[in-house]
Design a binder for this molecule. Structure first.
Ligand code: PNW
Length: 487
């Protein structure tokens, strides 16, 4: 590299690992927890690979100390986890009883994390909606009820954990909740227009309604936090959006190049434009017409400016090929195809266990720059980044633990992030690897592993760190600036 200076990350950069309640906790019937839409969804035959559910998962509900030990052994500074709404309010609603035991569980956990020197980052909603709210009024589809119930739940959690938790995430990946929950039916509650998969659902309208309501609920929770808690507790709050990078399938075709921006707009700007610009992207308005809800002045007032930081979940990149005909009614992507290979048959990245995930670290850097340009260089927290490994679940244990593929993924992605910070002036300040341990990978069940720690589901959920668990600290140490002020 000669005279080129090495990229760095700032001295106060915060890094660690992420998980989500339903994916790790288990204990679904314990201490008064109510069912979530995922408990119900997992009971429907054929929805989850291998017929699994989160009933036991990693049993983290009973092993918080083991999880904290893992974090310490990895040298982690932060831990992002989510709160199970049906543990806090088993039926979910604002007039329903609050479950003290649920609150105590998370209070104790936060205390234990802080005692261990680990900064908690809390997600309020990582998809496990109390089932009762879906049955009572249609869950995310009912604006008045859902917003009021989420706001109430958020206030209860801020009150319980507010003095100790300084980093809050309202919603995890609303795109997944809307598209997989209400268009393809791949996730709970499984709505889709495809009657062979579900008796209910309208994939051409419901995703847009659910997304609109999530944004308003996010805005309502942020207003409560800023008005009632932030003045005394400090702290910050934002939403976490998923989004992958897009490269043209044919770089010489202007339609494919244009479709790349449209792809990111349909995936990310759907939520980020209202938050940073107070409106939906023009490309979405054009394609969706009156199926995209319009903003009431009081609603957009809640949403605009509601991020203290941009929560970025990011995994991979795709090649994008524009479709030529009129968009289909059920289209959620922006009238384009997502492909893993370009025009010449070149793969965007190596194959993993997840059909949708092929790593491309340069795409991470490019997307951070794209977001920074569009949204005015916000503070970015990377709230998830990681990979599955092809065939990992079937490997002999020694081979599985030696997950060099995952280590290389982290080297490449963390390096790309340091380049984005150093060269592109992207204001990235935190990074949480997905995931601390193998866990319930939603519709893919337990067959796909994302952990830096192996979980032996056959043997009492025993945890064994993989090579990647031991490698991330060294990667960060090589980038994080040792000297604060060079000015
Ligand atoms: C995210 N896709 O989900 C979630 O936030 C995590 O709970 C999950 O375990 C992790 O990524 C790994 O999948 C996604 O199909 C699930 O494009 C599926 C997709 C994207 C993100």
């Amino acid at each position: 590299m000669g005279s080129i200076e090495q990229s760095i990350l700032p001295a106060d950069f915060l890094w660690g690992f992420a998980t989500a309640a339903y994916q790790i906790e288990g204990g679904t019937n314990e201490d008064g927890r109510g069912p979530s839409i995922w408990d119900t969804f997992c009971k429907i035959p054929g929805k989850i690979a291998g017929g699994g559910s989160g009933d036991v998962a990693c049993d983290s509900y009973h092993r918080t100390h083991e999880d904290i030990d893992l974090l310490k052994a990895c040298g982690a500074q932060a831990y992002r986890f989510s709160i199970s709404w049906p543990r806090i309010i088993p039926q979910g609603g604002r007039n329903d009883p609050i479950n003290k035991k649920g609150i105590q569980f998370y209070q104790q956990f936060v205390d234990d994390l802080i005692d261990a020197g680990i900064t908690p980052m809390v997600t309020l909603f990582h998809w496990d909606l109390p089932d009762e709210l879906d049955k009572r009024y249609g869950g995310l589809l009912n604006k008045e009820e859902f917003v009021a119930d989420f706001a109430n739940y958020a206030r209860v959690v801020f009150q319980a954990l507010g003095p100790k938790v300084k980093h809050w995430i309202t919603f995890n990946e609303p795109w997944c909740s809307c598209v997989f929950g209400y268009n393809t039916g791949y996730f709970a509650p499984g709505h889709t227009s495809d009657r062979s998969k579900s008796e209910i659902g309208n994939g051409s309208t419901e995703p847009w309604i659910a997304g609109h309501n999530i944004l308003i609920a996010h805005g309502a929770a942020v207003k409560i936090y800023r008005e009632e808690f932030k003045p005394s507790f400090g702290g910050e709050i934002g939403i976490t959006l998923n989004g992958d990078w897009a490269e043209p399938w044919d770089p010489e075709n202007p339609a494919d190049i244009e479709a790349c921006d449209r792809k990111i707009e349909f995936a990310i700007s759907w939520f980020a434009d209202p938050i940073y610009h107070g409106k939906y992207p023009d490309s979405m308005i054009k394609q969706l017409g009156d199926r995209l809800p319009t903003w009431e002045p009081e609603d957009i007032a809640l949403v605009l400016g509601s991020n203290d930081f941009y929560g970025m979940n990011h995994y991979c990149a795709n090649y994008i090929r524009a479709k030529t005909g009129e968009p289909e009614l059920e289209d959620i992507a922006g009238n384009l195809e997502l492909l893993l290979e370009d025009k010449n048959g070149c793969s965007i990245g190596p194959i993993t266990q997840s059909p949708w995930l092929r790593p491309s670290a340069i795409g991470f850097r490019k997307l951070m720059k794209w977001l920074s340009d569009r949204y005015g260089y916000p503070k970015i927290y990377v709230t998830e980044n990681g990979t599955s490994v092809l065939g990992e679940n079937d490997m002999p244990i020694d081979e599985l633990l030696d997950d060099e593929f995952r280590v290389q993924y982290f080297r490449d992605y963390i390096g790309a992030m340091a380049d984005a910070y150093t060269i592109d002036r992207v204001n990235v300040r935190a990074y949480l690897a997905w995931s601390l341990m193998d866990n319930f990978e939603w519709a893919e069940g337990y067959e796909t592993r994302f952990g830096v720690t192996y979980v032996d589901y056959e043997n009492d959920q025993k945890r064994i760190p993989k090579k990647s668990a031991k490698s991330i600290k060294g990667i960060f140490d090589s980038y994080i600036d040792k000297v604060e002020a060079k000015l």
